[in-house]
Ligand binder design. Sequence first.
Ligand code: ADP
Ligand code: AMP
Length: 219
Amino acid sequence: MFFILLGAPGAGKGTQADIIVKEMSLPHVASGDLFRHALKNGTELGKQAESYMKGGKLVPDEITIKMILERIAQPDCKNGCVFDGFPRTIEQAKALDAALEKQGKSIEEAIYIEVPSEVLLDRLTGRWVCRTCQSPYHQKNSPPRKEGVCDKCSGELYQRADDTEVTIKERLKVYFAQTMPLLDYYEKKDRLFKVNGNQHIDSVGKDIVKFLKGLKQKK
Ligand code: ADP
Ligand code: AMP
């Protein structure tokens, strides 16, 4: 089963991915994490992506699609995965559909985490992420038990270089222009589930789990 998490930067995709991954026993495929990993390791992919990421722009489709198709060809994705941050353009969505179709597979559902744009800046400027396991925290909304330390793996928490006000504004502009059209794309395929992301993290999670349980029962 392939799921997609849709939503603006800061909507809570990474936060809720954890819940879906556990509920459905699927791997988490986060395009941003894959790019940051490549950047950290100084690979060719990292070098290609760096300037776009710094500026809050999208990495070109050709590079992004290649990276994702290679990732889902790994054995752990043979029964599906939870995409987070991919697709972000219609071109990417079409390439994913075509690749899955070749294997007789398709997207089960795109889960859209709906959040009013006013709350996103505060969520992103207050975000701290684990260097080791990438779990997201928030200094007010979801603080770790011990400051600067990940609850799950004791890794060090850091603030992303692109979580600054100027870059966040650019990322939101890009989201509205290039990624929002995906809502229509999946709605037309009758594959869009909307969840209210402007409630407590646990409540968003409960709504998603309820939906997934319903889906499992239908199977
Ligand atoms: P995304 O992956 O969509 O960019 P994250 O999951 O990293 O978003 O969440 C962005 C920030 O908002 C993090 O600091 C996270 O702790 C916080 N956050 C996530 N969901 C909620 C929520 N429902 N209410 C308040 N804060 C949230
Ligand atoms: P994220 O971690 O999802 O917020 O992504 C961080 C950055 O990585 C984005 O601002 C883009 O520069 C790049 N990126 C992540 N996913 C994609 C994608 N699907 N298409 C293009 N660029 C992406």
